[in-house]
Ligand binder design. Structure first.
Ligand code: AGP
Length: 610
């Protein structure tokens, strides 16, 4: 949550910062702001409530000169999302400016202490406390810029990625991280900062992923100085980042979400190739030497990634015959779970920065569990805190509603189940060969589902008038129902719930009426007949049924008000196809309702605070 950008070098900073903010806007869009040390030596701060485009309007015709600056796009934690709480925040004298992503837990005590020393506060944020504290330390102890930031960070508790400017040091940015991500880009005589690498690519491919409690001093025309917040010097590890800049643009689509839904044939192809290499190539022993110690697997994740974890439970239990529990990271980390030496934790995350998932794996490792992460963003915090990582390689996902990341996670975890089952002897050689080749056909089959957009649009017309909606499925398509419901509620604000179809009779069937459409995932499966009965029960109560069926289906298709057909695949692979029409459905409903698809209200893509 919140995105940070920084620049120091020979270019004008403002265009670099604003472009970077646009790329990080998925992290929050409550307000945006920029601080520049101008050519005349003044510290100019411009901010605005709302999106980065609002900031651009505000900053028009102002002094935007300067080759050094920091910027921020906010998802509000402390204080409402108004102008006063927008970053950057200034110190009392106006000499220092800060941008911050994270939460300062002891801010109330520090604020009290600073109030006692005559400091006043303009905002309700925890961030303002940090910049005032830095100034206080400069004034009280005569500390120079770098030392004052360092001392302040030793005093704050909580999580942060910060970047600080001091008008008296117009050649320096000081930045640091603990618990929130920060990446430095090293160009020729210029440096970039970003909450991820997206504001940096296109300028340089040389990046340094800061570790927790790292602090970096970026000085114009010199090298980077990297140290811990306790002052120990470190050698920067420069890595090459390969990101296709076109993946960060909408590429002719109206929304990132639609682009990302439509690029699933390519993202799945890239995912399957890479994951097959990881699970069956020379590195496979890293993965399986860890998994093969497992008496039990605990999958932990949040949101859509949790749904992919639930798909994995069905696949791993069915194929590898190892018991699997799936837990929300936010619950797992606090419920004092029993973790045994034979437990392996699988953490699933698109961003690799979700605070609860990160904390959950930290807790599990402390208690002796090994952690394998399934992650999309290379070099992010979750893989770096895991014993082994399998990257999903779906490419950058910008839309807040996760789509291509889900299909890549489900494909990755299903392939892991197949390969693991084969190694354990619970999947025969013949089944292994046929499942692995069937997986290779998935990208093309997803392409065929995408050709059914007109059928999905017709469904969307009906759903867009519904005040509420149920999604049902069974077996490995129960998580698909949950994920379909999440997609609808997060971008169209229509209340939706997912249920295992047979649970309807235990309560939710009481809700059935003409006004409560039921979206049913009813593709072929071992218990297709049971699902047909569940659909009949809904029809018998005048419920309206929208169904995802297998091509050639007549039974459910006959009962449903509207249908979309998907190609037939083996049941354990079906979630990867069946979710695609539900992604499109939520997209079209949101568009019909005029919702902001890529930036739904109250949300941010990366939940880096708990
Ligand atoms: C779903 O569309 C959301 N973007 C959200 O539920 C997301 O899946 C969740 O916050 C977890 O994020 P992660 O995969 O980056 O850890």
């Amino acid at each position: 949550m919140c995105g940070i950008v920084g620049y120091i070098g020979k270019r004008q900073a403002y265009p670099v910062l604003v472009k970077g903010l646009h790329r990080l806007e998925y992290r929050g869009y409550d307000s945006a702001g920029v601080a520049l040390i101008s050519e005349s030596g003044s510290l100019n701060v411009y901010k605005s409530q709302g999106k980065v485009s609002d900031l651009e309007d505000t900053a028009q015709n102002r002094d935007l000169t300067g080759c050094i600056g920091i910027a921020h796009t906010r998802w509000a934690t402390h204080g409402e999302p108004g102008f006063l709480n927008a970053h950057p925040h200034l110190s009392q004298s106006g000499r220092l400016a800060i941008v911050h992503n994270g939460i300062i837990e002891n801010y109330a005590a520090l604020r009290e202490m600073l109030l006692d020393h005559g400091y006043t506060f303009r905002s309700e944020t925890d961030t303002e406390v940090v910049v005032q504290l830095i100034e206080y330390l400069q004034e009280k102890d005569g500390l120079p810029f770098v030392d004052s930031v360092q001392r302040a960070l030793q005093m704050v508790e909580g999580s942060y990625a910060v970047a600080v400017l001091d008008i008296r040091r117009p050649d320096t940015i000081v930045a640091a991280r603990k618990g929130s991500p920060l990446v430095v880009g090293a160009g020729d005589d210029e440096f970039f900062l970003g909450s991820d690498a997206s504001p940096i690519v296109g300028y340089t491919d040389r990046v340094i992923y800061l570790d927790d409690e790292d602090m970096v001093v970026l000085r114009q025309g010199t090298d980077i100085t990297l140290m811990s917040i306790r002052g120990e010097r470190k050698t920067p590890q420069i890595r090459r980042v390969t990101m296709d800049v076109s993946q960060l643009e909408k590429g002719g689509y109206d929304h990132f979400m639609l682009k990302e839904i439509c690029e699933q044939p390519q993202s799945l192809r890239s995912c399957l190739q890479s994951v097959r290499q990881t699970l069956t190539g020379p590195d496979a022993e890293h993965v399986f030497s860890l998994l093969e110690q497992a008496d039990r697997v605990i999958i932990t994740a949040c949101g859509t990634s949790w749904h992919a974890g639930l798909v994995a439970k069905y696949a791993i239990e069915r194929m590898a015959r190892v018991p699997v529990e799936v837990d929300y990271a936010s619950e797992f980390r606090y419920r004092q779970p029993v973790i045994n030496p034979g437990d392996v934790v699988i953490a699933v995350s698109q961003s690799g920065e979700t605070a609860d998932t990160l904390a959950a794996i930290g807790m599990a490792r402390k208690q002796g569990a090994k952690v394998l992460s399934v992650c999309n963003v290379i070099g992010s915090s979750i893989p770096r805190s895991s014993d082994v990582v399998v990257y999903t390689m779906a490419g950058p996902e910008i839309g807040v509603a996760s789509t291509k990341a889900f299909t890549a996670q489900a494909a990755t975890l299903t392939m892991l189940a197949i390969v693991w089952g084969h190694r354990r002897g619970t999947v025969s050689g013949q089944d292994y060969d046929s499942l692995m080749s069937e997986m290779d056909t998935l990208p093309e089959l997803v392409g065929r589902v995408l050709d059914r957009k007109d059928d999905v649009r017709a469904m969307a017309q009906t759903l867009s008038f519904a005040p509420s909606c149920l999604y049902i499925g069974r077996g490995c398509n129960y998580p698909v129902a949950l994920e379909g419901a999440l997609k609808l509620k997060e971008i169209s604000y229509i209340h939706a719930e997912g249920y295992p179809a047979a649970e309807m009779k235990h309560g939710p069937i009481a809700l059935i009426s003409q006004d409560m459409p039921v979206v049913t995932v009813a593709t072929e499966s071992a218990i297709y007949d049971k699902l047909v009965s569940n659909v009949q029960e809904i029809r018998a109560r005048q419920g309206r049924v929208m169904a995802v069926v297998t091509e050639g289906d007549t039974e459910v298709a006959r009962m449903a008000d509207r249908c979309v057909a998907v190609p037939q695949v083996t049941e354990c692979l079906s979630p990867i196809l069946n979710i695609v029409p539900l992604q499109l459905l939520s997209y079209y409903v949101a568009c019909l309702k005029g919702c902001d698809v890529d930036q739904p209200r109250n949300l941010a893509k990366s939940v880096t605070v708990e």
